[in-house]
Design a protein around this ligand. Structure first.
Ligand SMILES: NC(=O)c1ccc[n+]([C@@H]2O[C@H](COP(=O)([O-])OP(=O)(O)OC[C@H]3O[C@@H](n4cnc5c(N)ncnc54)[C@H](O)[C@@H]3O)[C@@H](O)[C@H]2O)c1
Length: 321
């Protein structure tokens, strides 16, 4: 009789535990559902934060896809330069019969500029492309989290860094994601999409949708320093810089060998010049810190950046422009 009583109590305990577990799971699923429903799927306005090499390219591609673009930079001069660069690129497109006069007019019409971050408050989707410095990105995301609509998605164009770490600076990491574009954005097909630990499925789906509307192919990457492409590309570029420094061959011949012998569309040194040597050095420093010795930046890269030889944007890098 006593044994039956104990068994009954044990059964009741198991029953309550099961109910408790189910209730927790239900709450978890509901929270995810609410996050998903609350995140905006009908995205029409994109705020682009940073109007440098990448920001201006992303702004142009977003406007070409029909989005209203709010382009923000702390530097009004950079905003001006960005608009001129977008116009020049569209004119080049007209010369090559890829863009019509009407398309150029529409793209330019869809891009508004501002040196106040508050323009982001009305956006459905925000893309950040400020320099590759974690503290700057975290500070910016905390600010965006506070001023943006609750259903806006916050994407970072970081080349190497952790969307989890960037999202941790916000109170809503479920809407933070990495959306890694390539330079020059209007012509490069790929976007790597990297989820942070708390990124919701709805954020991922909406980000993929935005990339696809811009005409891009996407790959989904599990968070790891450098994702797929930067990890590989930084290594190839760094090796080319070491070869140059060791006197193995000239910059022209290293690039020529990699293009014609390995079928790369660009040589690693001309590509580094296009990316910007300061940006490349920041990527290398981050990967070196996270992944170790293999990624130690080539001394020649550090020397060029210290001298202000930043590649195309400064008129001189491994080549003169
Ligand atoms: N350059 C590339 O080829 C490339 C490719 C993929 C990803 N990325 C990544 O994109 C990001 C931007 O790189 P980039 O090459 O365009 O840099 P960039 O130096 O050309 O441009 C950065 C811009 O951000 C602005 N800025 C700085 N702080 C700001 C702030 N707090 N708010 C608003 N604007 C601010 C600067 O005035 C500048 O115009 C980096 O994270 C980089 O790693 C670069």
């Amino acid at each position: 009789m006593r044994e039956t009583g104990i068994e009954h109590e044990a059964q009741e305990l198991r029953f309550h535990r099961l109910h408790f577990f189910r209730a927790v799971m239900l709450r978890f699923k509901l929270e995810k559902l609410v996050q998903g429903v609350c995140l905006k799927m009908n995205i029409e306005t994109i705020a682009m934060i940073g109007s440098g090499v990448m920001g201006r390219g992303i702004a142009q591609s977003a406007a070409a896809a029909g989005y209203q673009v709010l382009l923000h930079d702390t530097s009004p001069t950079q905003l001006q330069t960005a608009l001129q660069a977008i116009e020049a690129d569209l004119e080049e497109g007209i010369r090559r019969n890829k863009v019509t006069e009407e398309e150029k007019r529409r793209v330019l019409q869809r891009i508004g500029t501002s040196d106040s971050l508050h323009v982001a408050a009305s956006a459905d989707f925000v893309i950040e492309a400020i320099p590759e410095i974690l503290e700057w990105k975290q500070e910016l995301f905390a600010h965006l989290d506070a001023i943006c609509k609750a259903d806006a998605i916050l994407a970072t164009n970081t080349s190497t860094m952790s969307p989890t770490q960037i999202g941790a600076a916000t109170k809503s990491p479920h809407r933070v994601i990495a959306m890694h574009f390539f330079n020059p954005v209007p012509r490069m097909k790929l976007v790597e999409i990297v989820r942070g630990l708390d990124t919701s499925d709805a954020t991922y789906e909406a980000t993929r949708h935005v990339a696809e509307r811009m005409g891009k192919e996407t790959v989904e990457v599990n968070e790891y320093p450098g994702f797929i492409t930067s990890r590989m590309n930084c290594l190839i570029g760094n090796e080319a810089m070491r070869m140059l420094q060791e006197g193995v061959a000239s910059a022209e011949d290293i690039d020529k060998a990699i293009k014609l012998g390995l079928h790369h569309p660009m040589g690693p040194l001309e590509l580094a010049d296009l990316v910007g040597l300061d940006a490349r050095l920041k990527n290398m420093q981050y990967l070196y810190e996270k992944l170790g010795e293999t990624y130690r930046p080539a001394p020649i890269l550090e020397k060029y950046v210290a001298a202000g030889r930043l590649g195309r944007k400064s008129g001189r890098g491994f080549y003169e422009y």
